[in-house]
Design a protein around this ligand. Structure first.
Ligand SMILES: [Zn+2]
Ligand SMILES: [Zn+2]
Length: 144
């Protein structure tokens, strides 16, 4: 674990129009292998950092938004850069206190370390989940 992490963490979209800061550690880091994440990341899975809304600030630009309906029926607002198309974060209006940041947009990738893999039933076959990291075929059971 990287102990030199300094806050705020900074991040931006590909073109730099959208910039943001994260002022506290992530509540959780998750790799999501669902088909929607494969599509929007154009990759094998998305890296998502859950953090409290109060610990996240957009410092430049205004992200554009589209709203998707998840398989669960939840409506999720997806924020992205209108110029370069880079996805920045997701926000569920039913959970206003939580931001789901796309970790690949961080400047310093040493803080990225997903502790859980979800929707592995959709996982691309070439990718092996690291040993000892919990994984779930779909959404993990809600914490009680
Ligand atoms: Zn951009
Ligand atoms: Zn996903």
């Amino acid at each position: 674990m990287d102990t030199d992490t300094r806050y705020p963490l900074k991040g931006s979209c590909n073109c730099g129009d959208i910039r943001y800061e994260v002022t506290a550690p992530f509540v959780a880091q998750i790799a999501c292998h669902c088909m929607q994440c494969q599509k929007h990341t154009q990759s094998a899975f998305s890296l998502v950092g859950a953090l409290r809304a109060g610990d996240f600030t957009i410092t430049a630009g205004t992200p554009a938004k589209w709203t998707k309906t998840a398989d669960s029926g939840n409506r999720i607002d997806c924020y992205f850069c209108a110029r370069c198309g880079n996805r920045i974060y997701h926000h569920n209006p039913q959970q206003p206190q939580l931001i789901r940041l796309k970790l690949g947009t961080l400047e310093d990738n040493r803080v990225i370390n997903p502790a859980m893999h979800i929707w592995t039933e959709c996982k691309q076959p070439w990718y092996q989940i690291p040993e000892g990291v919990p994984s779930y075929p779909q959404q993990p059971p809600a914490k009680s």
